[in-house]
Design a protein around this ligand. Structure first.
Ligand code: FES
Length: 157
């Protein structure tokens, strides 16, 4: 499906570019902006970002596929990331991950049939001091138990 930046997002790009020594260095925030608009990073998004930044689309693809924060397929309305890295694992991260999987009925990388939820098991999200944690889109939920995690899922409309 075709992708081009909305007028509002086109207007944000010059401000992003000002923060970097050259356009290619801004590839991550521009990709993120595109993902916010499109929901995921499709080949059309890659092509548009490459065109805007005047860089090879292969280089944009390389960045998009290296970092897990870019969705390579459509995500749910609520993208659930459960950390199972060391601090979270030691404090029940896998129990939470298994509980979330069971509640949503999907596996890692899956999307519920109604597209409400997608699930991703992730590495450390920098919240080790308040492990275990999960993120719903950009929001962190910390010091979790399985019950609290399920409560959070159930509260999402
Ligand atoms: S190990 Fe889970 S946030 Fe760091």
């Amino acid at each position: 499906m075709e992708f081009s930046f909305s007028e509002e997002n086109k207007n944000k790009i010059p401000d992003i570019l000002k923060k970097y020594p050259h356009a290619e260095a801004a590839v991550m925030p521009v990709l993120y902006l595109a993902q916010e608009q499109n929901g995921w990073i499709s080949q059309e998004v890659i092509n548009e970002v490459a065109s805007v930044l005047k860089m090879p689309s292969e280089d944009v693809l390389g960045v998009a596929t290296f970092y897990t924060m870019y969705h390579k397929s459509p995500a749910g309305k609520y993208h659930i990331q459960v950390c199972t890295n060391v601090s979270c694992m030691l404090r029940g991260g896998y129990d939470i991950y298994e509980g979330v999987k069971k509640r949503l009925g999907i596996e890692n990388g899956g999307v519920t049939p109604d597209s409400k939820f997608s699930l991703e098991e992730v590495e450390c999200m920098g919240s080790c001091g308040t492990a275990p944690m999960l993120a719903v889109n950009e929001d962190y939920f910390e010091n979790l138990t399985v019950d609290k995690a399920i409560e959070i899922l159930d509260s999402l409309k």
